[in-house]
Design a protein around this ligand. Structure first.
Ligand SMILES: *Cc1c(COP(=O)(O)O)cnc(C)c1O
Length: 425
């Protein structure tokens, strides 16, 4: 499989190159030249298939010869070493819980896969610095994914005061090859700093730099596996209805992975791109114009992304055809008030406690399901990670109060000059 940048189809890269570079030199995002199709027989066997073998079939064409088959099998086995259960909530809806990994958020799968690919690619070479901007969960997933991986140093940038103490603790407490920086600014500032560093020829001359954001192909592609797993579990339960899949969206990486899975042949009828007040994609589908705004802080803070970077991958996937996008994706925009209401309602009606991100997805799903359809919403974080918010909707929920220490917080301004100094020490 060859990859190209969303800004230039001519120049080709291997999976290895795309994963190591992260962002294309022209600042575009890497995308595969083609999306491989899985044969109809694959989908018939899917409900009974072993999940690692399934993941191999899905991922193998994207990785190609860059990782030997046996090694890829091992990497997937380590990546998927926790449960990803589908639970039935009521007659129409199911929740796919993606938060049983080490950092209790869905980003663990992508981060673990990417870390292992990087380690494989960098065997016996000089140290690489992985730079990552996070609005909360990416940082902790990447930190845990790379923790003690030899030959890799990780620098995480997060917006100061805009992530939960629990998230901050997960990033700052590891130490070793992981450093986390509280940046005086927004998530978009963090993302801008990372992009600028990756494109700074002066810097990349003296430093092997890579990115770990959801823009990295090695992080974003394995998320396709969730959709195959969700579908497999639904069919295994004997539910043969049309599937509507609601995805809580921030940078649109998870949604894009779902769209790829669909393009590979996975029969998903519709996607719901569930957004909070940071709803650029929702407005794009509604008004036909893409007008990103600066980030707004919400309860579902891992989705607080004003200008989602994977938007360009979606456009490319659909050849910039808005009508084709509208055919497959509906979007929703959910306020903080509605998020709380949804958590409360889910608890009252089904005794299910959603974290704020899952609640946004469930809210988006409601009212969209038609007759003969089954809805699956993705629960991307454990409610305990957001117990301050959840306990506002479900009193008494915060009895797990985390007692862990805050770790070592390092601070910096949002100026690029300071980031460069940090990287060059
Ligand atoms: C990152 C994240 C999201 C958003 O995923 P994207 O791929 O950035 O759209 C949603 N929920 C949680 C809990 C997250 O950590």
């Amino acid at each position: 499989m060859k990859y190209h940048s969303t800004r230039n189809k001519e120049q080709k890269y291997s999976f290895r190159e795309a994963a190591l570079i992260g962002l294309a030199p022209d600042r575009g995002l890497f995308v595969p030249d083609t999306i491989p199709q899985l044969p109809a027989g694959f989908f018939e066997e899917l409900p009974e298939m072993d999940s690692i073998n399934m993941a191999m079939r899905v991922m193998r064409p994207y990785v190609g010869e860059d990782i030997p088959e046996e090694r890829l099998h091992q990497i997937l086995k380590e990546t998927l070493a926790f449960s990803l259960p589908l639970r039935k909530l009521d007659e129409e809806s199911y929740v796919m819980e993606l938060f049983h990994g080490p950092t209790m958020a869905f980003k663990d799968v992508g981060a673990r896969f990417m870390a292992r690919c990087m380690a494989e690619f960098r065997k016996g070479q000089e140290e690489i610095t992985v730079l990552v901007a996070t609005s909360g969960d990416t940082g902790s997933a990447v930190a845990h994914g790379f923790y003690e991986v030899p030959g890799v140093k990780v620098e995480i940038l997060y917006p100061k005061g805009k992530i939960s103490p629990f998230q901050e603790q997960q990033m700052t407490s590891l130490g070793g090859n992981i450093s986390a920086w509280a940046v005086d600014g927004s998530f978009d500032d963090c993302q801008r700093l990372v992009k600028q560093a990756l494109n700074d020829a002066d810097l990349t001359e003296s430093l092997q730099l890579s990115s770990a954001n959801s823009i990295n192909v090695a992080r974003f592609l394995p998320q396709m596996i969730y959709y195959f797993m969700a579908y497999a579990q639904l069919r295994k339960r004997g539910d043969c209805r049309e599937v509507v899949m609601a995805v809580p969206c921030g940078n649109l990486g998870n949604l894009t992975a779902g769209l790829y899975a669909h393009r590979m042949g996975l029969p998903i009828h519709k996607f719901v791109a569930a957004q909070n007040a940071n709803d650029a994609f929702y407005r794009y589908l509604k008004e036909g114009e893409y007008l990103p705004k600066s980030t707004i802080a919400t309860y579902s803070n891992a989705m607080d992304v004003g200008a989602p970077s994977n938007f360009s991958r979606i456009l490319e996937l659909f050849d910039h055809n808005l009508e084709a996008i509208r055919k497959l994706i509906v979007a929703s925009s959910t306020s903080d008030e509605q998020t709380l209401g949804q958590i409360r309602q889910g608890y009252d009606e089904s005794h299910y406690i959603s974290d704020p991100h899952a609640a946004v997805a469930l809210h988006g799903l409601q009212g969209i399901l038609g007759k003969g359809q089954a809805g699956i919403f993705l629960a991307t974080a454990h409610p305990r990670k957001f117990e301050d918010v959840v306990s506002r909707a479900v009193p008494g929920f915060n009895h797990h109060k985390s007692t862990s220490s805050p770790g070592q917080r390092k601070c910096m301004s949002n100026s690029y000059a300071q980031l460069k100094d940090v990287l060059l020490v």
